[in-house]
Design a protein around this ligand. Structure first.
Ligand code: ADP
Ligand code: MG
Length: 400
């Protein structure tokens, strides 16, 4: 689960990461009022959306009068901000953050992620902040400093110091840097985060006093499976920023993942899901989504899952692939037959059943007289559904 910049900043600040003064606002009037309250002569108005790359997309604006703050806020509120991370529809802007403008001397990158290959938390830094890290990692991987954290020891002071030196942080600021890095790490650990990113972490200009380190942007995302022990964070969930297909399914207790293709998939278990997606790709198709019905799914649950898969307008054919252990093929088959009765299913549906009560399940499908395509193996099922999806496209007038 992602949270907004201002929420991430608030959480990090609690652990000791310095952030600029600012406040969230819900209307242009509030924006002007906030700017006045903050005082000073320059403010930054920032669209709060769950996507990075706001700066280059016009979602971060420096203003020097309260009238300008008001105008910028007026333009941003209610708009959909399209950034390189938001997807083509963009994200709805209905909260803004107004903060004091900092004088920047240098922009650095600081992040914490879970590295799946080493199964460790990894702290990442770069002298080149402000730019997108994925791009930097691809073009110039040597510009990234990576530090792997030993789970039993945590992120140690000497490691934080090494990172500070690698980022060329001036000597007098090293203790502060160590404090910032380790505070962010503590926040990551304590709150069961999946990612923390401070980009940019800036060294301020020394013209108005001593330089300091400040987190000008912050991003955090959290492990969904740990949210039950952080109710305060679970409450920060903002549905307006999520994939509508995924929240619809989550509300019904179904695990759904939206993808870009046109074949809808209903599966049990994440491992079988991965295998099914691979087989579809191998057969030349592209999955639109996959929905995991989990174990012991009742016909009613299967019906709900069916609806969730078909909810996606891009789906032109659907594959039901069940390898039943705790599940029962006859219940799944009944759910599929019920779905045809309850929903106007206009696309080809391929069903492949294996495992517990498979004979009973196949008999229910056969006896239904419905135009359901069946297959015995996964490879066969994948071929069938890809061919069916292609045919639908041709019938629809799109070249396959
Ligand atoms: P995004 O990463 O979504 O583009 P950022 O918050 O990183 O948004 O803002 C983009 C850029 O705007 C930053 O790299 C920084 O140069 C500038 N910026 C952001 N906040 C401030 C601020 N408070 N004061 C001065 N400049 C800022
Ligand atoms: Mg940023």
């Amino acid at each position: 689960m992602d949270v907004h910049e201002y929420q991430a900043k608030e959480l990090l600040a609690r652990y000791g990461v310095p952030i600029p003064r600012g406040g969230v606002v819900y209307s242009p009037e509030q924006a002007t009022y906030r700017a006045k309250e903050l005082g000073g002569s320059a403010w930054v108005v920032k669209a709060q959306v769950h996507a990075g790359g706001r700066g280059e997309a016009g979602g971060v604006k420096v203003c020097t009068t309260d009238r300008e703050v008001n105008e910028v806020a007026n333009q941003m509120f209610g708009s959909r901000l399209v950034t390189r991370q938001s997807g083509p529809e963009g994200k709805l802007v209905y909260r803004l953050y107004v903060e004091e403008a900092s004088r920047i001397q240098r922009e650095l990158y600081f992040g914490i992620v879970v590295d799946r290959s080493t199964e460790r938390i990894m702290v990442v830094g770069s002298r080149e902040g402000g730019v997108e890290i994925e791009e930097l990692a691809e073009l110039r991987p040597e510009a990234l400093v990576r530090i792997s954290v030993e789970p039993a020891l945590g992120f140690l002071e000497f490691q934080a110091r090494e990172l500070a030196f690698a980022l060329d942080i001036p000597y007098e600021l090293v203790p502060q840097a160590v404090h910032v890095f380790r505070s962010a790490y503590r926040a990551f650990r304590d709150l069961d985060a999946a990612m923390v990113e401070i980009n940019p972490l800036v060294i301020t200009d020394s013209s108005a006093g001593a330089s300091e380190l400040v987190a000008l942007d912050a991003k955090m995302s959290f492990d969904d499976n740990a949210l039950f022990r952080h109710l305060e964070i679970a409450e920060l969930r903002d549905r307006s920023q999520e994939d509508a297909r995924e929240s619809h399914a989550a509300d019904r207790g179904l695990a759904y993942v939206g993808l870009d293709g046109d074949i809808g998939c209903m599966i049990n278990g994440a491992g079988l899901a991965m295998a099914t997606l691979d087989m579809i790709q191998l057969a030349g198709g592209a999955p639109a989504n996959f929905l995991d019905i989990g174990g012991g799914a009742s016909p009613d649950r299967v019906l709900k899952a069916f609806r969730a898969v078909l909810n996606d307008q891009n789906v032109t054919a659907m594959l039901v692939n069940i390898f039943a252990g705790i599940n029962r093929c006859d219940w799944v088959a009944q759910g599929v037959v019920d779905a045809f009765a309850a929903i106007d299913v206009r696309i080809p549906v391929v069903v492949r059943l294996a495992g517990t009560h498979v004979e009973e399940g196949r008999a229910i499908i056969a006896a239904s007289g419905l135009p359901i395509l069946t297959a015995d193996t996964l490879a066969e099922a994948a071929e069938l559904v890809v061919t069916a999806a292609r045919r639908e496209k041709v019938l629809d007038g799109h070249p396959a």
